[in-house]
Ligand binder design. Structure first.
Ligand code: FAD
Length: 431
């Protein structure tokens, strides 16, 4: 642990969380000339932002989030000219296994078309042209040529370097314990190394945002979902576009291997929060229930114990969990790999190089929160990306920076306010 700061440093903006959202926000703020620091309890980018599938997609994004996805593309493309982190406009092919799935894709396309969007449906022959490796019988497919892929770990290293070169101060191993509120205003963070003061503070702490907000009695309805992933060794002759289906999903990697996972294999464990937020999450859960398996385990008791340790003067689990690195569900991944091998003979001999898992932060309507906190001027929240934050990270950072400096944009900020959960102002619910 580092020694405490002798005098509290001061910045225009300090962010808790060095994932893609924190780092992109910091970068755009710095480009506007502000002094900015990003604090991370561990290594920046080590949680969701470097563990994800690496899809930069628009297909199947909620209509409210599409502007963020579309506005992120040119930013990814610009940055890919500055550094090699595997960004490629590979296109994305979303395959329907049955009529039910096809109807879902078709209705998304109908809504997206009215917004002048570039995805289109593919006929059978076009599917086999784009995906000659598959011998599956698909009920239909959508294709978006402008979607792409990047290598999350390399992309995060690139972004951290870029932000530092621009003058952002990035402090790893600096856990934020609570938000410093004085005279009703947010004016810094209490960290493990002492106080850091700022004119504006941002909570961009991924799955930990709920608990950081709770230290000042803001009840953020956020739950956690575990998703498992595998990487193969290089495979010759595999597909170039990203392939999304409920049987398997895959993306080609920079090293010629594939990142493989299964869309509908996420797990959520029942915790005290599952009951607290049952009403808010139920409608979306019922829509998505095929994608999620609900499990009961020791996590209920563990979380109950842990949640009493958050807050001013408490032991503070943020310091104990420098990096959230859950065990992958190897059984499900092995099953996914077998399905892929059966569908695409090029993967028959593909060897699994490694497996990992990540914990995704989800909110009831699966739309991000990019919002000021009305109750505490100077406090902002950027979280809740519900499994889409990597691709839309660049434009989300831009939106957040504009929000903090009071500049307008057309990225639909009204959809992303805390107000929608009733936990923004005076008299919000407590829990
Ligand atoms: C397996 C998996 C697959 C995914 N696939 C995709 C995909 O293909 N495309 C896509 O767009 N999205 C995908 N996502 C989602 C995407 O990765 C996330 O939405 C995005 O990375 C969220 O970024 P973030 O900055 O909000 O959070 P994170 O990346 O989780 O960063 C939060 C940071 O805050 C730090 N922190 C937390 N608490 C504190 C504290 N108290 N003090 C200091 N620091 C703190 C953490 O250490 C962490 O580094 C996937 C996610 C997973 C896990």
């Amino acid at each position: 642990m580092e020694k405490p700061w002798p005098t509290p440093p001061h910045y225009d903006v300090v962010l808790a969380g060095g994932g893609i959202i924190g780092v992109c926000t910091a970068l755009f703020l710095r480009e506007k000339g502000l002094s900015v620091a990003v604090l991370d309890k561990g290594r920046p980018g080590y949680e969701q932002s470097s563990r994800n599938w690496g899809w930069v997609r628009t297909i199947s994004q909620a209509m409210e989030e599409l502007p963020l996805a579309v506005a992120s593309r040119p930013l990814w493309e610009q940055w890919a000219k500055e550094g090699d982190f595997g960004y490629t406009r590979s296109g994305l092919l979303s395959l329907a296994q049955d009529q039910d799935e096809w109807q879902g894709l078709e209705s998304w396309l109908a809504a997206a078309r009215t917004r002048g969007f570039d995805a289109r449906e593919l006929g059978r022959s076009e599917i086999s042209t784009l995906l000659p490796q598959s011998r599956g019988q698909w009920a239909g497919a959508l294709y978006s040529p402008g979607d792409g892929r990047a290598e999350p770990d390399s992309a995060m290293r690139f972004l951290v370097r870029k932000a530092e070169a621009a003058g952002v101060v990035i402090l790893p191993d600096t856990a934020v314990k609570s938000i410093d509120i004085q005279g009703g205003r947010a004016c810094g963070f209490e960290t493990e190394n002492g106080r850091i003061s700022a004119s504006s503070v941002v909570v961009a702490a991924g799955i930990w945002s709920r608990w950081l907000c709770k230290t000042v009695d803001i009840v953020l309805p956020q739950l956690k979902v575990i998703a498992s992933v595998l990487r193969t060794e290089p495979v010759a002759g595999g597909p170039d576009p990203i392939v999304a289906s409920s049987r398997f999903s895959l993306r080609r990697r920079m090293d010629g291997g594939y990142t493989v996972a299964q869309r509908n294999s996420s797990i959520t464990y029942v915790t005290p929060d599952s009951f607290r937020f049952l009403r808010e999450f139920m409608p979306n859960f019922l829509k998505q229930k095929k994608l999620l398996s609900v499990r009961i385990g020791s996590s209920f008791v563990q979380e109950r114990r842990q949640e009493r340790q958050f807050g001013k003067g408490k032991p503070n689990p943020f310091e104990q969990f420098r990096a959230c690195d859950p065990t992958p569900d190897s059984k499900t991944l092995a099953r996914t790999m077998n399905r892929l091998r059966a569908d695409m003979p090029v993967f028959e001999k593909a060897r699994i190089a490694t497996m990992w898992a990540g914990v995704i932060d989800v909110v009831p309507d699966a739309l991000p929160i990019l919002s000021p906190v009305a109750r505490y001027p100077g406090l902002y929240v950027a979280t809740g990306f519900s499994a889409h934050g990597f691709g839309v990270g660049p434009a989300s950072g831009k939106l957040m920076a504009n929000l903090i400096t009071g500049e307008p944009d057309t990225l639909g900020r009204d959809h992303f306010t805390l107000d929608r959960f009733g936990c923004n102002g005076e008299g919000s619910r407590a829990s």
